[in-house]
Design a binder for this molecule. Structure first.
Ligand code: UAG
Ligand code: ATP
Length: 495
């Protein structure tokens, strides 16, 4: 990376510096993790959720850093240091990263998708629609960063501002002209997208999630973080069916358009009909836009899929993609691990899905029930060490809608999966749903498919596209899709 003068890096920030002359110093990288510090880089200290970056300032110094961006003066800093004081180092990281990488988002079309559910699906569909008409588009989100032939893993759904600006610069240099990205509430809360120039922001929906000591203190805080996207973008696209649609529109500082199934809106769907063609499950519907009715069909089932499709339509039409091209892509493509049917058994429908909280599992199960399976069998577990509330939510939903629930491990982390399973099982005490407890996930899949009779549906929920299982704080390789295929092969051999 080229060097940049400190004064240029700090453009747009209010700060105090201990020696004005040092503004002319050259910096060759911004570091916020002392373990990556080197001479000629600057260290920016973040007061984190678990740790305080101030405790690592000396570590960065020992590794050669001499410029420090801090929120407060530190006693034990050696005298040969340049100290820049700012009011909020996360905000400073965002601005400085945008300056350092030359504000790449300003040179691209950027679409941000926020909401409790649907972010990955909508962002990936947008990329596919744009690529379908020859626009070089990339996507950033839970499944990773994808552009051209690049596939890069991400730690966070919305990467830190430094990584985000660096990635967008690399994308731009590789010819990418549009980016669809997931904007998590955590990303908004931690200022990761403060200096991203969003052309469009999308709001899919809002429900109780991500509340806890390490995430949002209250639901209102969660809601308000999400609504910030509509102060950062130039145009908002809002799901009018959601309870919080009005709130988002009222708090937006940009013009907005709406989509819906149940309420009046600018893109309003009706006459929704489930379709089934061999292995494929989908939905046919009509939507009204500016007085024009259009009939269409998408390859993912469920009312929520119609809403996701409308969000994609509104977005890509606004970006100038011809309607027919959008509808063509929507009718053909599916998103990995999102209500995805795997054609692995002859007369049983096997679906993998990423649903890992109550509301998304309920959406998937009720959608599949609309196809009137003989029996609905669900394999699922729940995450260890956090989001404990999901165990009851998921259990209650499965107990209400399923004939059989096979409880298993899903990222148990440092907890014993058997204990998580027992906690989920409490939901089934008064339910007619039969419960099996099989901690080994591959065995659980196998038992569920072995049990299934012709006409049944088996949904394997929670991991979707994931290729790992979190065990004892580590990501251990576990390819969900491959494991489903293997388990189905075993069942077929034995039949
Ligand atoms: C709990 C949490 O949100 N942590 C996120 C946060 O970490 P943090 O800044 O709090 O880090 P910390 O561990 O307390 O350390 C504080 C500082 O000390 C530094 N440090 C630490 C050790 C050392 O030796 N030297 C050093 O300099 C660290 O680099 C850091 O700058 O900021 C990091 C950089 O942005 C994130 O990668 C990290 O995400 C963790 C992995 C995480 O799980 N986050 C989840 C909650 C999250 O963000 N999820 C959302 C999706 C969910 C939603 O919708 O909100 C997401 O976008 O992924
Ligand atoms: N618009 C929607 N409304 C409700 N549920 C949805 C919607 N879209 C998808 N889902 C369900 O939620 C699951 C996760 O979808 P998706 O990954 O698109 O959401 P997300 O917002 O990225 O979720 P997460 O924050 O958990 O990564 C899907 O597998 C499906 O079961």
């Amino acid at each position: 990376m080229d060097f940049m003068e400190l004064s240029q890096l700090l453009l747009g920030l209010d700060y105090e510096i201990n020696n004005e002359k040092d503004l002319q110093l050259d910096v060759n990288d911004i570091i916020y993790d002392s373990r990556k510090a080197q001479p000629e880089t600057l260290f920016l200290s973040i007061h984190g959720i678990d740790l305080n970056g101030d405790d690592y300032v000396l570590d960065a110094y020992e590794r050669g850093c001499r410029i420090f961006i801090l929120e407060q003066e530190l006693q034990d800093l050696p005298t040969d240091t340049t100290v820049v004081l700012v009011s909020d180092t996360r905000q400073a990281l965002s601005k400085m990263s945008a300056n350092f990488f030359g504000h790449p988002s300003k040179e691209m079309t950027v679409v941000g998708v926020t909401g409790t559910k649907g972010k990955t699906t909508v962002a990936n569909y947008i990329k596919k629609v744009l690529c379908g008409v020859g626009i070089n588009a990339g996507v950033i989100g839970t499944m990773g960063i994808f552009y051209n032939d690049q596939e890069i893993e991400t730690i966070n759904t919305t990467p830190e501002s430094y990584e985000l600006n660096k990635t967008m610069r690399a994308m731009l240099d590789a010819g990418v002209t549009a980016v669809a990205m997931e904007v998590s509430s955590g990303g908004l809360m931690m200022n990761r997208v403060d200096d991203i120039d969003f052309d469009i922001g999308i709001f899919t929906n809002l429900s109780l999630d991500h509340i806890g000591p390490r995430e949002h203190p209250t639901f209102e805080h969660y809601r308000d973080c999400k609504s910030r996207l509509f102060n950062l973008c130039k145009y908002g696209i809002i799901n009018a069916d959601d309870e919080y649609a009005e709130y988002m529109i009222e708090h937006a500082t940009c013009p907005t358009t709406t989509y819906s199934v149940h309420h009046a809106s600018d893109y309003q769907a009706h006459d929704i009909q489930l379709t089934r063609d061999g292995w494929h499950l989908g939905v046919a519907f009509t939507y009204d836009h500016k007085g024009e009715k259009t009939q269409t069909h998408i390859s993912t089932p469920g009312e929520f899929s119609v809403l996701n499709a409308l969000a994609v339509l509104a977005t890509t039409q606004y970006l100038g993609v011809p309607k027919d091209e959008i509808l063509k892509t929507l009718s053909r493509v599916t998103i990995d691990g999102r209500v995805e049917v795997l054609p692995v058994l002859d007369d049983v429908t096997v679906v993998i899905d990423f649903a890992h909280n109550g509301i998304s599992l309920e959406n998937v199960l009720t959608t599949l029930l609309d196809y009137h399976p003989k029996h609905l069998i669900c394999v699922f577990g729940s995450i260890g060490n956090r989001a404990i509330i999901r165990r009851k939510e998921l259990g209650d939903v499965a107990a209400k809608y399923c004939d059989v629930a096979v409880l298993t491990a899903d990222n148990p982390d440092r907890e014993d999966p058997q204990i998580i399973i027992d906690e989920i099982a409490e939901s089934f005490v008064d339910s007619k749903c039969k419960v099996l407890k099989i901690a080994d996930r591959s065995e659980a899949m196998y038992e569920a498919m072995k049990l299934a009779q012709p006409g049944d549906m088996v949904v394997i929920a929670g991991k979707g596209h994931e290729k790992y299982q979190v065990i004892d704080g580590k990501h251990v390789f576990y390819d969900e899709r491959a494991e489903v295929i293997k388990a189905a092969e075993r069942v077929k051999k034995e039949k």
